[in-house]
Design a protein around this ligand. Structure first.
Ligand SMILES: Cc1cc2nc3c(=O)[nH]c(=O)nc-3n(C[C@H](O)[C@H](O)[C@H](O)COP(=O)(O)OP(=O)(O)OC[C@H]3O[C@@H](n4cnc5c(N)ncnc54)[C@H](O)[C@@H]3O)c2cc1C
Length: 324
């Protein structure tokens, strides 16, 4: 049996996403002595991305450069990665459970006639058998899964498996593969980014999320200020998005983004089950709400009952003082 694990890297604007490094750590956890092979598709900065994968634990990185890989399409990336999988014949494959990961991995798994364990939040070895933990029923319960035959193919939720320590002294082989990616039926004409600048919501360690209680677009200003002093990102409930206080790209929950930051501050959010589905696995939850009966307090580690417009300026001021 092969001892190779393939890690599919994902870059955004030339930089690998953190979940790529977390995926390397996940592969190493399953096969501590095995070979971890990274694969990166695209057309820019692949050399430095390959080096980064090695610093974070990959033994070898395969880069594939092609005009048809400039923008992500499942057809283009699928063709390129499938050809690497066939050549390398790995024991397992892992990728981040991101929008690209959610789109690409089921297609690869179906082509390989393999299973896929998606949205893994924890993994451990029982003897030689990897056991994967994943949330079900919108995060209300967890199930444990093992793979009994074929490829061990899984995706990991960002921010759940800690990456290994970055070590610039690590050495590894970087191979550039010439793969013909042809017959792509999808044409990407333009990419319009809706998301705000700054820290990426799905990978942020700190999130300040606002709900309908924030009352207006203007009301989000102190949330942005608090996020900035904490080095975090701003998110929102669907209530706030529906009310047009902010863009839908900020929505967290069952039909929005699923996040697991170290700190989640819910401001003026009631805590509907659909919202909890996207954030209840955050490590520490702080809720600010004027209603002591609000459901958000049932999942919060710390609760502040009061008017958010009075509390936020005090918090920002105190944190600024602490940082001086
Ligand atoms: C199929 C489906 C999918 C859905 N998906 C999602 C999803 O992905 N994400 C999501 O969030 N929702 C989702 N929803 C909607 C969800 O059910 C709730 O309607 C929504 O989360 C409510 O948003 P909210 O908490 O901001 O608003 P509200 O429920 O109106 O809560 C506002 C809160 O603000 C508090 N408040 C008001 N003023 C102040 C103040 N001055 N200071 C402090 N607190 C104050 C209030 O006490 C209240 O608790 C979905 C619903 C359905 C049916």
């Amino acid at each position: 049996m092969s001892d190779k694990f393939l890690v599919i890297g994902e870059a955004r604007e030339g930089t690998l996403r953190n979940v790529t490094y977390e995926a390397i750590a996940a592969a190493k956890k399953i096969q501590p002595e095995g070979e971890v092979v990274g694969v990166i598709c695209g057309d820019t900065d692949q050399e430095s991305q390959a080096d980064e994968m090695i610093y974070y634990g990959a033994d070898k990185v395969i880069t594939i450069k092609h005009d048809n890989l400039k923008a992500y399409t499942s057809e283009g990336y699928g063709q390129a990665i499938l050809s690497v999988i066939k050549e390398e014949a790995p024991f397992g494959i892992v990728m981040g459970h991101t929008s690209v990961g959610k789109d690409l991995t089921p297609k690869l798994a179906s082509k390989l006639e393999s299973g896929l364990v998606s949205d893994v939040v924890d993994l451990e070895l029982e003897g030689d058998t990897p056991v994967f933990t994943r949330p079900i029923y919108s995060g209300k319960a967890f199930e444990k899964k093992t793979v009994t035959s074929g490829l061990t193919f899984f995706t990991i939720r960002p921010n759940n498996v800690p990456a290994l320590e970055r070590d610039e002294s690590r050495k590894g082989e970087v191979i550039t593969k010439d793969i013909d990616v042809a017959g792509i039926r999808t044409v990407i004409k333009d990419v319009i980014r809706k998301a705000a600048e700054g820290v990426d919501l799905s990978e942020a360690n700190v999130i300040v999320a606002g709900g309908r209680g924030v009352k207006s677009e203007e009301g989000f200003k102190p949330l942005y200020e608090l996020a900035e002093v904490l080095g975090g990102a701003v998110g929102a409930s669907r209530g706030a998005c529906d009310a047009e206080y902010c863009d839908y790209s900020l929505q967290i929950g069952q039909t929005g983004k699923v996040v697991t930051p170290d700190l989640y501050i819910a401001v003026g959010i009631s805590g509907a089950i659909q919202h909890l589905a996207g954030m209840s696995n955050s490590k520490v939850i702080v809720a600010i709400n004027k209603d002591p009966e609000a459901n958000i307090f049932n999942v919060a580690d710390y609760g502040i009952v009061g008017d958010l417009f009075e509390i936020l300026p005090l918090l920002i001021e105190d944190i600024k003082k602490m940082k001086q």
